[in-house]
Design a protein around this ligand. Structure first.
Ligand code: NAI
Length: 319
């Protein structure tokens, strides 16, 4: 039998660990030897109210099983206090799981500023505050592992979730840059788009699906990415849940490169539109932006573009 992944001597901060995915992470790390900060504000799924009960119940469960854990009841908006709890209770922080989340779903037409702002504050500002407070510790000890929590809604969009989608995709960009800045300090940062039965999803999925989508079927992937044996996987986006795990990446079509002069017109673009949008030939999977120095050297040597159909902006195509 292969050995279990263990986190002995490490301190793991899990935000929103009073229920759902966060609770499953907290129980996992504690059962594998880590000391865990169980953070949870204890409010409703739309972000109202607060209570110590959610975090305390999980801490009780961990302690009853012989593990080490401490509660923290602050909103992730005060992430520095959560990291303070880790330092005061256990003297260090090794892993941050930014998991806390709420929903304020409504059609874009009906979206109110307060629904936009609260979602941004909890998901984006919250992940920023917790990670920002942990960062100096990570750099100093040359070790840190971060998981941010995106969502399929952020990657693909979903009706009624403009605020949530925007926040969740923001966490992808956040992770990609953290990964670049953290790498030389052995701080590895990845982002997951999980799917799991929880109070956020229990009304959406039928019962048989809820069973297959237990939070426990997200935990192992997070465990692998945050383990010290992961020495290089960083900046990745992973879809995880129900026994499925897959990394995602960006894909760039071959692209259209024309001479940037007066011949660069809408009708020249229309003539070559396939190259802009077609992934079937010569597409690439970039991890970096285009090299515009190289591109401009190439494009300047091109002849002026051939014009195709003329566009007139009254909406007509003039042939
Ligand atoms: P959940 O509602 O069971 O757990 C979220 C926890 O975060 C709750 O215990 C809540 O009290 C806590 N929380 C909320 N606001 C907080 C704040 N300001 N400060 C501290 N704690 C706070 O939901 P679930 O499903 O476990 O979600 C966990 C994460 O996964 C969330 O970020 C969610 O957006 C994300 N997610 C979940 C999916 C799913 O299928 N369950 C799908 C995609 C993303």
């Amino acid at each position: 039998m292969s050995e279990q992944l263990r986190y002995d001597g490490q301190v793991v901060v899990v935000t929103g660990a009073g229920g759902g995915l966060g609770k499953a992470y907290a129980l996992f790390y504690a059962s594998r030897g880590a000391s865990v900060v169980v953070n949870d504000l204890g409010g409703s799924f739309t972000g109202e109210g607060n209570s110590a009960k959610a975090a305390d119940l999980v801490v009780d469960e961990i302690k009853a099983a012989g593990g080490k854990a401490v509660s923290n009841y602050d909103s992730v908006e005060f992430g520095d206090k959560i990291i303070d709890t880790a330092i005061q209770a256990f003297g260090r922080v090794d892993v941050v799981i930014n998991n806390a989340g709420i929903l304020r779903d409504t059609s874009f037409k009906n979206l109110k500023d307060e629904d936009w702002d609260l979602i941004m504050r909890v998901h984006v500002y919250g992940a920023y505050k917790v990670t920002r407070a942990a960062w100096p510790h990570f750099r100093k000890q040359k070790y840190g592992r971060v998981i941010n929590t995106a969502s399929a809604a952020g990657l693909y969009g979903n009706f009624g979730q403009t605020n949530y989608s925007a926040a969740k995709l923001a966490l992808v960009g956040f992770t990609e840059t953290l990964a670049k800045e953290g790498y030389k300090y052995n701080i590895l940062c990845n982002v997951i788009a999980p799917i799991a039965a929880s109070r956020l999803t229990s009304t959406v999925f039928p019962p048989e699906l809820l069973e297959a989508l237990k939070p426990e079927f997200v935990v192992p992937v997070v465990g692998v990415l945050t383990h010290k044996s992961n020495t290089g996987d960083t900046g990745g986006i992973y879809e995880v849940g129900g026994g499925f795990a897959a990394k995602l990446r960006w894909q760039r079509a071959e692209g259209l490169l024309l001479k940037p002069d007066a011949s660069y017109t809408a009708s020249a673009i229309i003539k070559n539109w396939d190259k802009v949008v077609d992934f079937s030939k010569n597409s690439t999977f970039p991890a970096e932006p285009n090299n515009f120095i190289e591109l401009s050297e190439k494009s300047n040597q091109l002849p002026p573009s051939e014009q195709g159909e003329k566009i007139d902006y009254t909406g007509k195509v003039v042939l």
